[in-house]
Write a protein that binds this ligand. Sequence first.
Ligand SMILES: [Mn+2]
Length: 297
Amino acid sequence: MVILRHGHPDGDAIGSQFALKAYIEKYYPNCKVYALGMDEDPYGMVGPMDTVDQTTFESSLILALDCGNIERLDSPYEIKNQMIIKVDHHLNNTPYGDIQDVDDTCGATCQLLWRRFKEMGKPLDEKIAYLLAFGLITDTVSFSAGYTSVETINAYADCLSYGIDHVELFKNATSVTVDAFRGATLIRQYAIIEDHVAYTIIDQAMLDRHGLKLEDVRDYVNELKGIKDVEVWMIATPDPENPHGFKVSLRSYKANINAVAIKHNGGGHLAASGCSATDRNEVLCIVEELKQAANLS
Ligand SMILES: [Mn+2]
């Protein structure tokens, strides 16, 4: 079997992918399992990705983790008629797969996996627990996001019981590079705050002027979290596939910003979504729609 997750992976995508791989290898040693995708490991959590030949891939069961729509799966080969099991916590607006285990009340795919592992009744180990805990911390923004629940905290406590160093884990899950730290400063410096919405639009010229790269800014929308009277926050960063376009990250405490994301070819969760804009004007439209969403909440 092969385990896939979404492209441009985050801590939950990689954590769930490698936790499931470790679990299968531990309890089903006869089963060959490969964790596939581009070698992108922003937190340095795991080694290089596995590789398989196309024939093996096409005869393998696919476990698809943390990925709401099939187009976003990071797969080395085209998916043909293989059986797919989807395990995910995004809103299931774009269902796919022969079996779907989707619970959008989970703070992370790692939380859903933890639940399934507990149901199996077999103990985890330190490695599996570390990977699951990593996904829990990163996807819930250190347990501050709205979908953090009693189960999220119980899952984390259970993971810690396998001997994980909580301080070391938090350090690894929340530290950023020096350039990303500078990028975060840029996001704050250029923030506009209006009608309960905080937003920053960063274009390529701005990045060039400050000697920064896209990866130094695109994941740091939560730099705008925590401003008094702000309910919704957003960043727009250059879309590498469209010279005038932007990728837009949306977050809120409780306002439904997913509806805005869907209008602009995106998706995600009720309070954490992403979408695209073809130009700056569309970004400004999104801002206006967010103001409405913020004022309804
Ligand atoms: Mn996730």
